[in-house]
Design a protein around this ligand. Sequence first.
Ligand code: NAP
Length: 320
Amino acid sequence: MKAIRVTQHGGPEVLKFDEVPRPKAGSGQVLIRVQAAGVNPVDTYIRAGGYGKNAELPYTPGFDAAGVIEEIGPDVEGCDKGDRVYTGDTVTGAYAEYAVCEADGAYSLPPNVSFAQGAAWGVPYATAYRALFHRANAEAGETVLVHGGSGGVGSAATQIARAAGLTVIATSSTAEGRKLVEENGAHYALDHSSPSYLDELMRLTENQGVDVILEMLSNVNLGKDLGVLSKFGRVVVIGSRGNVEINPRDTMSRDASILGMTLFNASQPELQNIHAAIYAGLENESLKPVIGKELPLSEAAEAHKAVMASGAYGKIILLP
Ligand code: NAP
């Protein structure tokens, strides 16, 4: 089968389109014929090396995939060959024509959802859901700032928060991105490249600040976030690409919390809870994954450059 292989860490050019043997489903596993694979920033960190969760070389990248069950391993119940499924974690890598995943990590794909959309939600929607409800304990009636609302996680967070009854303020640096966050249900769209956007946020919240912040670029924003939190506010650190200075007193005066998170820490029962909620939202169409770009699998290097560039617009998908 065709797959992307990484034999050494480095820039996007180390992603090689290659021929490898088709993997087999082991005990408790299924083999998926991949129709679409999702590209996440974490795929680029692991490819570059030096990231906490590194893959052993050589490997096939990618967590998110959607497709059809091709083969069922021993000791698997509750699924059939031909079932449409998606996953947010594979055993053998998602950037390939076939991928093995644990059977309890292969979730049913509603009939109204395309494979590309299926590959767009494993990591982003699960991250957004966990950040909002498992970490921040967000509640209907609260206000959330989705700081970085136009990408994969931000689009998901905006849709999920809106459907759950929060007031949503979401940001993007481009006019297209702000249009997208409004289409995703944000009540207000702000430009995080504007010098006065946090003043605008305070005006929108009548100087109360926001209850919850989902932060995509903490190394740039965490210090500023603490200044626009309401009393008892919570910031969830979802993304960070470096160090940042904060004033701890900004947390004291508000009884505020800074909450780290990684989806990799979610337990199996938590993942089942998350995916049940996401499935319901997809089925009733309150959640609709946004596909910004579809590229052939052979262009994985281009996809890795694009996912790290500014001007995010939904998800980037690879098609085997
Ligand atoms: P993405 O699709 O590339 O989106 C990035 C978002 O960040 C865009 O909305 C972008 O907006 C925005 N952004 C850029 N500069 C910003 C700034 N100065 N202030 C606020 N927002 C800014 O990436 P993603 O898949 O949504 O992931 C977002 C981050 O979360 C990444 O760092 C990723 O590694 C991390 N992540 C963490 C977990 C976890 O488990 N903790 C899981 C998934 C992702 P513009 O392009 O319009 O500037």
